[in-house]
Design a protein around this ligand. Structure first.
Ligand SMILES: CC(C)(COP(=O)(O)OP(=O)(O)OC[C@H]1O[C@@H](n2cnc3c(N)ncnc32)[C@H](O)[C@@H]1OP(=O)(O)O)[C@@H](O)C(=O)NCCC(=O)NCCS
Length: 144
């Protein structure tokens, strides 16, 4: 669970699932399951979401996230998925800016964000629905 704030206890799982459902119903987008075309194997999750449940507290722009099964790392899947979701956000959802947050030591995530068109804008705290996950780098990607 490196870079994901540690193991998830069941209360957090329940909170997360209710947040996931709430987000889709409110905004019409949220978390997506990534499936390999070749064998239909689920390999991970990509997300575009406001990261605070209370809309008054939400960060200004939706946040891009990705988490893949370790067995599927190193094949370019995260880059492919991140680029696809960014394009979808701008073209289909009419977004103008997408934010991303990662830990500075997360080199592969940084590489994915750079290739998906994000630029580093500073440091911030990851506050995911009330759970403070510590200091991180903040990234932005603007509609071309
Ligand atoms: C981050 C994550 C999604 C990347 O998945 P992936 O499918 O392996 O990513 P890709 O293959 O598309 O690209 C990884 C890139 O990072 C690079 N990379 C990997 N490890 C690296 C390291 N230690 N140092 C520098 N670059 C590294 C790869 O070379 C590749 O770049 P390249 O295509 O220019 O060679 C995956 O590692 C993961 O799920 N990690 C745990 C969850 C997580 O950290 N999510 C991000 C939170 S913001």
């Amino acid at each position: 669970m490196e870079f994901q704030g540690g193991p998830w206890i069941s209360q957090r799982k329940t909170e997360f699932l209710s947040f996931l459902r709430w987000h889709w119903e409110k905004f019409g987008f949220g978390h997506f399951l990534a499936i390999l075309k070749s064998n239909q194997d689920p390999i991970g999750i990509f997300s575009l979401k406001y990261i605070n449940k209370n809309p008054d507290l939400k960060v200004d722009f939706p946040d891009l996230g990705f988490l893949l099964k370790p067995q599927s790392w190193g094949n370019g899947y995260a880059t492919e998925g991140a680029k696809t979701l960014v394009k979808y956000g701008f073209k289909e959802l009419g977004l103008t800016t997408i934010v991303a947050l990662n830990y500075p030591e997360n080199k592969s995530s940084t590489s994915v964000l750079l290739k998906a068109g994000f630029r580093r804008v500073g440091e911030d705290e990851i506050n995911y629905n009330g759970h403070n996950l510590g200091g991180c780098t903040k990234w932005l990607c603007e509609k071309p």
